[in-house]
Write a protein that binds this ligand. Structure first.
Ligand code: 3EB
Length: 352
C-alpha cells in the first residue's frame, strides 16, 4: 500500500490566480434541473455554462441527449430514480466562450468557469492527480478565482486495488495535486461530492470564479481534511460548504453530506437513522452559514440525493419529504457513497 504516490509531483505553488488589472464583474451563476429530452435553457438571457447529466448507461454510449456539442457535459452512469429531471444545468447571464484544452472542456466568462474532464479510471490516484493539475493550470491561465465546487465520479469506488480502496487512492492523488498547487487545507478547498458510478471513466466537473469565499465546516463533524489516517493515507480534500459571494449574489455550495458524526459513520445498516443524521448535519451546516432552516428554504434550495440501493428509494424519499422543504427541488440518483457503510449522501445549493 503506497503511502506516497508513484508519480512525480510538480511544484505549482503560487497565488491562487488573482491577476492585477481592471476586470468586469463576475457574471451571475444559475442552476436548474432540466428534462433530459428538452431544451437546456429556460429563458432568454441565459447562457449555458455546462451540464451534469445523470441517467446515461455509459459515458461511451452513442451521441447522447446533450444537444449542443461544445457545451461541457459530465455524463455519468448513475440512473435517475425520482424527483426533479435528471439533467443539472449551470448557466449565466452573459454569453460565454467554450474551449477545449488538455482533454478538458470548459465555458468561461469574466473570471467564471465551468469545466469537465474525463479520463480512464483504472488508476484513480494517478487519474485524479493529473486531472486536478490540469484543472488548476486551466483556471490559472484564465485568471479565474479558486475552484470552489467539484463533482467527482468514478466506477467501483469501494473496490480494493492493490490493498487500498479506490476511493482512498483517489483521495491520495487529489491531495497531492491540490497541495502542490498551493491550496491550503483550512482555507481554499472546494465544496465537493465524490460518488461511485456504475461504469465508465473518471469524470470531474468544477466551478471556479472570482468573488469572496468562505469555507464553512460542520460543528458536528470532523473536517474531512482532518480525518484520522484510519480512513486512508491522505484525507479527503474538501470543505463541507463554500459560501461564494459576489456583488450580485450570495450562495452556499453544500458538499455531499452523509451520516457521519465526528469522523465515524452513524447508523450503519439503518437507512432511517442515516436520513435523520444527514438532515441534522445539513441543518447544522446551514446554521453555521447563517442560512434559514432546512424545512423552510423553499425554492431557495435545490438538493441532489445519491442512494446506494435504489430499492431504498421509497422509504428514504418519504422520510426526506418530512425533513426537507417539499418546495425545494430534489433529484434522486443511484450512486455508491464513498464509504461502504453509508447508504445516502445529499448535496445542495442554497441562495442566501
Ligand atoms: C464524508 O463526509 C462523506 O471525497 O470529495 C462527501 C463529499 C464525501 C465529498 C469527497 C466525500 C467527498 O466523508 C463522503
Amino acid at each position: 500500500m503506497p503511502a506516497r504516490p508513484s508519480f512525480a509531483i510538480p511544484d505549482l505553488r503560487g497565488p491562487i490566480a488573482r491577476p492585477a488589472g481592471r476586470r468586469s464583474a463576475t457574471p451571475s451563476l444559475g442552476q436548474a434541473y432540466r428534462p433530459v429530452d428538452g431544451p437546456l435553457l429556460q429563458a432568454p438571457g441565459q447562457y449555458v455554462l455546462g451540464v451534469l447529466q445523470h441517467g446515461v448507461d455509459s459515458d461511451h454510449e452513442g451521441p447522447g441527449p446533450v444537444p449542443v456539442v461544445e457545451v461541457p457535459a459530465c455524463r455519468v452512469a448513475m440512473p435517475v430514480l425520482a424527483g426533479a429531471p435528471g439533467r443539472e444545468v449551470w448557466f449565466t447571464d452573459q454569453p460565454v466562450h467554450y474551449g477545449q484544452r488538455h482533454g478538458l472542456r470548459y465555458a468561461y466568462r469574466d473570471g467564471l468557469m465551468f469545466g469537465v474532464v474525463s479520463c480512464p479510471a483504472g488508476e484513480p490516484d494517478r487519474a485524479a492527480h493529473d486531472a486536478y493539475l490540469d484543472i488548476v493550470r486551466l483556471t490559472r491561465e484564465h485568471g479565474t478565482g479558486p475552484i470552489f465546487r467539484v463533482w467527482n465520479f468514478f466506477p467501483d469506488i469501494n473496490g480494493e486495488q492493490a490493498g487500498l480502496e479506490r476511493y482512498r487512492r483517489f483521495c491520495l492523488g487529489r491531495y497531492e495535486a491540490l497541495s502542490a498547487a498551493g491550496y491550503r487545507l483550512d482555507a481554499d478547498l472546494p465544496a465537493a461530492s465524490a460518488v461511485g458510478t456504475h461504469g465508465g471513466d473518471l469524470w470531474i466537473a468544477f466551478l471556479a470564479g472570482r468573488g469572496i469565499f468562505a469555507q464553512i465546516e460542520n460543528p458536528r463533524q470532523v473536517s474531512a481534511f482532518r480525518y484520522p489516517p484510519a480512513y486512508g493515507p491522505r484525507s479527503p480534500s474538501f470543505s463541507r460548504a463554500i459560501r461564494f459571494t459576489t456583488p450580485r449574489q450570495d450562495r452556499l455550495f453544500i458538499s455531499g453530506t452523509a451520516s457521519i458524526l465526528g469522523h465515524r459513520s452513524h447508523g450503519t445498516g439503518d437507512p432511517a437513522l442515516q436520513c435523520r443524521t444527514t438532515a441534522d448535519n445539513l441543518q447544522a451546516l446551514l446554521a453555521a452559514a447563517g442560512a434559514d432552516r432546512l424545512d423552510r428554504l423553499g425554492e431557495r434550495a435545490r438538493w441532489k440525493i445519491y442512494l446506494r440501493h435504489p430499492r431504498q428509494l421509497e422509504p428514504i424519499r418519504e422520510q426526506l419529504s418530512t425533513l426537507l422543504d417539499p418546495a425545494s427541488p430534489c433529484l434522486y440518483v443511484a450512486g455508491d457513497i464513498c464509504r461502504a457503510d453509508l447508504l445516502l449522501e445529499i448535496e445542495g445549493v442554497v441562495d442566501l
